[in-house]
Design a protein around this ligand. Structure first.
Ligand code: HAM
Length: 426
């Protein structure tokens, strides 16, 4: 048997990981400026947590969860998203007792058994932000600015914010009834799933990708015209707050999102560069979720950024630029090998990226390896250099060579040749 990754799972190889590290690092810096603290929750949770919050009628819960049963017969599920887990952690650890607003972020893998395609995987990664404890539109605006600031820090461009309000438990039931009547009247033309959804959870028909259903949805009543006064005011104040956002904003009355816990604001940040999987960020308000799983009546709003989609956009634009080692230490003869081995360790302690050969090799072979690794320069030391007390430093691009005294060689290398700009500090 040939061992490979599972379908829809993939290795992130060393030529891609620098992009991940940079994005994670910039994200942490931006989160700090918004006062968000990191939380790390388990990857496996009781299935019921996701069923109860995301909704049993959603694609995620009905078709896409990786579920197993433990020895006591309880269902366990690999998290398909993070919001439910973060809300569970907030309640279980009583983080809300600290009072005020709780602002949490987490970064990590999620699992959904979807059909893999460009930008869609079965294991994928999200950067999640969740804000608990405020109901007003200013926190919605701040969350949207946070998402925009993160994408800006990743240097992503040409994105569009799609925004909607899907109402609250006061105005949504009336709208649901209207939508249900509209859909039931046309149920002959709906797919089998949507025929059922029209009765049980009509808003979910907005997510359907079947062409016939999409056409029916285009003419369907929209929630924005059925909002109660409070929801209308909330939404219009939010729009005032975000009018200075430096991104194209589209009011999208059909943006309901594929999770049942949303109330009022829903939003996505989309790109045209990734084909069908165009959402880089998805988020919204979820004022009933914490209470629904046994916590206090605590409102919340958040979003998740799809990291694979961010990386795809970055790599498309920048190509894969490899970082380069500062120095190749080429040694000839056992004495030089030992001396230079120690120098390599000393230079690494100062933050430089040093490469060397492990088995004894000819100078030509060592230079070839230094070139292949893209080293900026090489230090050459053999028996003759030890005798004369002068090593050779070679610029691998220009091939120019200079002599450096072996006395105090580390200081000479650091101050005169490589500069104080160590790889790790860059
Ligand atoms: P979501 O829209 O399901 O929302 O996912 C958010 C983002 O994760 C998507 O916009 C996309 O970039 C990425 N994503 C989702 N599924 C996949 C996949 N199969 N492969 C690659 N990327 C994917 C949520 O997960 C909500 N929990 C967001 C949220 C947080 N709402 C409030 N707080």
């Amino acid at each position: 048997m040939e061992f490979t990754t599972i379908k829809g799972f993939r290795d992130i190889l060393p030529d891609e990981t620098p992009y991940w590290q940079k994005v994670e690092q910039s994200a942490r810096e931006v989160f700090k400026t918004f006062g968000f603290n990191e939380i790390r929750t388990p990857i496996l949770e009781y299935t019921e947590l996701f069923a109860r919050t995301i909704g049993t009628d959603t694609d995620i819960v009905s078709k896409e969860m990786y579920t197993l049963t433990d020895s006591k017969g309880r269902g366990l599920t690999l998290r398909p998203e993070a919001t439910a887990s973060v809300a569970r952690a907030l309640i279980q650890n009583r983080l809300y007792q600290q009072g005020g607003v709780q602002k949490l972020f987490c970064i990590g893998p999620m699992f959904r058994h979807e059909r893999p395609q460009k930008g869609r995987f079965r294991q994928f990664h999200q950067i999640n932000a969740e804000l608990f404890g405020d109901r007003g539109p200013k926190s919605d605006a701040e969350i949207i600015y946070l998402a925009v600031s993160l994408l800006d820090a990743f240097e992503l461009r040409n994105l569009t914010l799609h925004l909607n309000s899907i109402g609250c438990p006061k105005c949504r039931p009336g709208f649901r009834q209207k939508l249900k009547e509209y859909l039931v009247d046309r149920s002959e033309s709906l797919c089998a799933d949507c025929k059922r959804r029209a009765e049980t959870n009509p808003l979910r028909v907005f997510d359907c990708k079947v062409e016939g259903c999409k056409a029916i949805v285009q003419e369907a009543p929209v929630i924005s015209e059925h909002l109660c006064e409070e929801c209308r005011d909330h939404f219009s104040l939010l729009r005032e707050y975000i009018q200075y956002i430096k991104m194209e904003v589209v009011l999208d009355p059909r943006l309901v999102r594929g999770l049942d816990y949303y109330t009022r604001t829903t939003f996505e940040i989309q790109t045209e560069q990734l084909g069908a999987q165009n959402a880089v960020v998805g988020g919204g308000r979820y004022d009933g979720l914490v209470e629904q799983i046994g916590g206090p009546d605590l409102p919340g709003i958040g979003f998740a950024i799809g990291m694979e989609r961010v990386m795809a956009l970055l790599m498309e634009r920048q190509g894969r630029k490899a970082a380069r080692p500062d120095l190749f230490v080429a040694a000839l003869g056992s004495q030089a090998e030992k001396m230079s081995f120690t120098w390599a360790q000393e230079l690494r302690k100062r933050g430089f990226w040093i490469e060397q050969e492990y088995a004894p090799k000819s100078l030509k072979a060592q230079m070839k390896r230094a070139d292949r690794l893209g080293c900026k320069r090489a230090l050459i030391v053999g028996e003759r250099e030890i005798e004369t007390g002068m090593a050779i430093i070679r610029d691998m691009e220009t091939k120019e060579q200079k002599e450096v005294p072996l006395d105090n060689i580390l200081e000479a290398l650091v101050s005169k040749i490589m500069g104080e700009n160590a790889y790790n500090a860059r």
